[in-house]
Design a protein around this ligand. Structure first.
Ligand code: URA
Length: 253
């Protein structure tokens, strides 16, 4: 059901949804002769139009209608993956008003201190599918881990680990990218692919092998990679190709 809009709707409903104005503002704009549909000035803001067929113009500018929004955010640390929070800044606070109008929500959660790829959308069914435990959509992380990650850890992650609450994880692909000597001791740079998303999963997996995650970044979700030119804290719409990657992940699993 994602993607396609309803057939006809009230013009003022469409335009208020697009953030052009409130219903009463739109009424005024109609009186002022600022709104056109298919080249004809509109006399009644309540007329029925099909936004996918009819051409709507406001002050001479065409309104590009859509119902769904799909955003890629490079989440910074310090914001929570929620739509509202009494204490902390949320990822929605990073969005421009014209995007917040669509009421997007984060697809899954990253911890407050975790950075990286976060999808925001108002496409409930797609989000639901991507998060479904049955789908096992892989998530790729990079991390700095206090301790010397070694081949034995790689084996244990591949076999499945028992977390602090007794949960047995699915096989995960751990790869060692390097080591660094620091004042705190050896720090390992790793990448990890997990196929599920339990609470604090990556941190708890390392805890299970006696190590501590110091820094965590999600770099991919399914086939969709965090764009390398997307600065931390910024976001953009997914391209059609990227959206297809997500949809394919969803279909393939
Ligand atoms: N695993 C974690 O521990 N934290 C995250 O934010 C994501 C995965």
């Amino acid at each position: 059901m994602s993607g396609k809009g309803k057939q006809t709707q009230r013009l003022d409903k469409i335009l208020s949804h697009m953030g052009v104005g409130t219903r009463s503002e739109l009424k005024k704009m109609v009186k002022q002769g600022r709104i056109y549909v298919d080249g004809k000035v509109v006399k009644d803001s309540g007329i029925q139009v099909n936004p996918e067929i009819n051409v709507i113009e406001v002050d001479g500018e065409r309104i590009k209608y859509r119902e769904m929004i799909y955003l890629m955010l490079h989440k910074p640390p310090g914001v929570v993956s929620a739509t509202e929070d009494a204490r902390d800044k949320t990822v929605l606070d990073l969005l421009r008003k014209e995007d917040r109008i669509f009421q997007p929500f984060p697809v899954g959660r990253l911890d407050k201190d975790t950075e990286g790829l976060l999808i925001l959308t108002n496409d409930g069914p797609l989000a639901h599918e991507l998060l479904s435990p049955r789908k096992h959509v892989p998530k790729t992380y990079e991390a700095r881990v206090l301790g010397k990650v070694d081949a034995e850890d790689v084996k244990q992650f591949a076999a499945g680990l028992r977390l602090d609450d007794g949960y047995e994880t699915m096989p995960a692909e751990l790869a060692l990218l390097g080591h660094e000597e620091t004042d705190e001791g050896t720090v390992s740079l790793i990448s990890l692919i997990i196929h599920e998303g339990k609470f604090h999963q990556v941190k708890r997996m390392f805890q299970a092998v006696g190590k501590r995650v110091l820094y965590l970044k999600r770099v991919a979700m399914g086939e969709l990679k965090l764009a390398s030119d997307l600065a931390i804290g910024s976001y953009r719409e997914l391209t059609e190709e990227e959206l297809n990657l997500l949809r394919n992940d969803n279909a393939a699993n």
